[in-house]
Design a protein around this ligand. Sequence first.
Ligand code: SF4
Length: 496
Amino acid sequence: MPKPTSDIPILEDRKAQVHTKGAAPFKLACEKHSVAGAVSQRACVFCGSRVVLYPIADALHLIHGPVGCAAYTWDIRGAASSGPQLHRMSFSTDLREKDVIYGGENKCEAALVELIGRYQPKAAFVYATCIVGLIGDDLDAVCRRAGERTGVDVIPVHSEGFAGSKKDGYSAACRAIDALVGTSPEPKPGLGAPPSINILGDFNIAGETWVIRDYYERMGIDVIATITGDGRVDDIRRAHHAQLNVVQCSGSMKGLARLMKEKYDIPFTHVSYFGLEDMSRALYEVADHFNDPDMKARTAALVRDEIGAVMPELRKYRDALAGKRAAVYTGGAFKAFSLVRSLRTLGVKTVIAGSQTGSPQDYQKLEALCDEGAVLLDDTNPLELAKFIDQTGADLLIGGVKERPIAYKLGVAFCDHNHERKECLAGYAGMVNFAREVHHSVCSPVWRLTPRGCRTAAPDASPPVRPLRRAAVRRPAPRPALRTTPLTIGAKEVAV
Ligand code: SF4
């Protein structure tokens, strides 16, 4: 007879990366390589770079590697664009046995020249995959030659899949973006220019960057660049003109914010746009930074109006969801903080919380946020998730595309909060969408028909909630293109 899921043993090498709140002392190992054979939910370095750079809509993205790497990350984000759609095309050099033996540099250069001629992008990013790292193609030299032949900036992204974790891919993407920042010929705005920011780390999933940008503009702030959601190469070139970098997401854009602080002395602040508390805190923090009384008053009015508009709908969902339990597993831990708070707003208790790339500080904060008995997991795997979902009686799993089948196999509700989703979950309108998604999944009668539901469920007495209006996201008009001079990236000379 098969063992119950809750009896699945944890691998010896993984035990330090699992902690139950209340079991003192708090110590959770993290920032380690994944344990071989543990079937980590983490993505590779290349995937990390690809998801960060993908939303730059007027750039060409060429994946130098086997076609499988391109297929794995094709249209990987639900990142919308208000103009060009070039980012949604997936180009690959399709490396094969012959290229592995003789090298893939010529093929890559020929592909770049052909694609740039055909699509006229503002810049091109070329991603190194595992095999490029193994055969030793000189990507810097290839990009330099292609740039000289076409007059377009061709930027290498050193994202060999095996060379770390998804977090290292974020760093490689930040270095690639940094090659563009500061290359605009436009002069810096003088004294008297309006307060300005860059939005970093929002990827315009289902139009979220538009929602956030609209809030800042209503506060009287000029948004110079959105990096990378609905991103444009020319905006990134002049991003060094901003007075503040507002960084969402714990891992992906911190590196770029630090580089811009070092090079251009632009301060940065960390925010989250998920949930009423964190969304409001983000706006107030930015208003406090500029310390303008009028802006502070506009911000307070905006927050009051937006919360007032969504609370009646949220209360209905809260009544239906009160007492439910959730498991949260995210890429970065920063999003997990917001999710724990948002679930609390809905009356849902978080019983499992974890991330792929959290730091020791992140997990300390997560432990403080969660209730007694919550299980914290770093770089977990499907068997551990299944075990703890069973053990804690979680009604809901919030994660991404790789966690979805785990939930459905267990007969547990699921909410996609990862970059593949097509639903706007940021901002005040996004909180209503989130509540609706959670409600519709958790309160679906289908779970009563699963083996788990048959074992445990009394008929769900949750009061029905009338279908509510989907919070709309407005697509802005295309922005006029800026005129810029081409840049030559100074790649280092390497002996071939
Ligand atoms: S870069 Fe390597 S690990 Fe990543 S998808 Fe390609 S082959 Fe797989």
